[in-house]
Design a protein around this ligand. Structure first.
Ligand SMILES: Cc1cc2nc3c(=O)[nH]c(=O)nc-3n(C[C@H](O)[C@H](O)[C@H](O)COP(=O)(O)O)c2cc1C
Length: 356
């Protein structure tokens, strides 16, 4: 029997989660997000699991000092059973909602070690890891996966393993590992997983707005929605989803709200010991997402990507956000401002893939 998920904030609504993002979903960012409207659950950045690994202090801090009022799952990345067991032991005393296994990371330096998305090439090992985690985990035990590695060949067996080991929640990013982050998302595979898996499924990938979330929910029948990059761009997205699903008026931020959000990020991410240039570069990673919805011409993006000092950054924020404060912040990224172009896909539509 799978274990039930923690109750969502609004009982009966589809649940929402902030996707784990390395170097993004830190304690500081979790704190900022909860100020704008928490999702139902959070996931940590991944804890690396290897021979000499110890729980990374800064990730553990986001569990022991969870700055939100919502449960947090601890994500692991690794493939060795002994080291995974040790890591789960280390996590046992801490207040986590569950252990989440990363079966999706597409970075070549990661998958070449046969961890993250690389494990989708070795489902016998996934079988052993899931078996171990089910046996030793006193908490919920969840999986975050992609739909395949090169193609979707592992997909059906992956779902069978999820069922075999009574995984409590599957967060499914509807792309293969090789599709990285920019190909179209294969929601048909997510819908198929929903129909086959015995546990709740969170749909993940390009859920860019509350409207898109509602469409994906309808299209896939999923239990809930996991949002990553669009929550960096629009931290109101979880609040907007809740309002939308409750049939209430949905909050519409303007550029002056976005200016305040930018100030929250600056305050949260700035460390007095950090050199100015490093801090500016770190903030630019976040503004790069925000900029997709500021102006259709991409002028804000163009200017913010070029700043090198706090003064220059403040000037761009003031001119493009504060001075145009009444302008609505677009719900979706403006067309043409996506971070990277789409790639060719190796994935056939599910209806064709299942014809043998
Ligand atoms: C900067 C960045 C870091 C990420 N780090 C992780 C991670 O640590 N663990 C993980 O399972 N997925 C990670 N992902 C993948 C996201 O959780 C998510 O699956 C992906 O971004 C697709 O969702 P989105 O379109 O809503 O962003 C990362 C994604 C990004 C953009």
């Amino acid at each position: 029997m799978t274990r039930p998920l923690p109750e969502p904030i609004l009982r009966g609504q589809p649940c929402t989660a902030l996707a784990p993002m390395q170097d993004v979903t830190t304690w500081e960012f979790m704190k900022v997000i909860q100020e704008y409207g928490s999702p139902d659950f959070y996931f940590t950045e991944y804890f690396r699991v290897h021979e000499t690994s110890v729980l990374e202090k800064h990730i553990l801090y986001s569990i022991t000092n969870n700055p939100t009022d919502r449960p947090v799952f601890a994500q692991l990345i690794g493939e060795n059973l002994e080291y995974i067991q040790r890591t789960v032991e280390d996590l046992k005393p801490h207040p986590i909602a569950g252990i989440d296994l990363n079966l999706g990371c597409p970075a070549p330096k990661v998958y070449k070690k046969n961890v993250g998305g690389g494990l989708l090439r070795d489902l016998d090992q996934v079988d052993r890891i899931l078996g171990l985690l089910r046996e030793i985990s006193p908490h919920r035990f969840t999986v975050k996966a992609r739909i395949g590695f090169e193609d979707t060949e592992p997909f059906e067996r992956l779902i069978e393993l999820v069922n075999k080991h009574e995984v409590d929640l599957l967060s499914l990013h509807g792309r293969t590992v090789k599709e990285m982050y920019w190909a179209d998302v294969h929601y048909d595979y997510i819908a198929h997983a929903v129909s086959q898996a015995n546990c709740p499924v969170l749909a993940n990938g390009n859920i860019t707005s509350f409207q898109r979330g509602a469409e994906v929910l309808k299209e896939t029948g999923c239990h809930g929605l996991m949002v990553g990059r669009s929550a960096i761009r629009n931290p109101w997205i979880f609040r907007q989803m809740r309002e939308h699903f409750a049939g209430e008026p949905v909050f519409q931020p303007t550029l002056s709200h976005v200016y305040v959000y930018a100030q929250s990020l600056k305050k949260a991410l700035h460390k007095p010991t950090m050199p100015e240039q490093n801090c500016v570069n770190k903030l630019k990673k976040f503004f790069n997402f925000i900029g997709l919805s500021v102006d259709p011409e991409g002028q804000f993006l163009y200017e913010i990507r070029r700043v090198r000092t706090f003064d220059a950054m403040n000037d761009v924020l003031k001119r493009h956000l504060l001075d145009k404060g009444d302008t609505p912040f677009a719900n979706e990224p403006y067309p043409g401002l996506v971070a990277r172009p789409n790639r060719e896909t190796q994935v056939k539509p599910l209806s064709q893939a299942l014809v043998t």
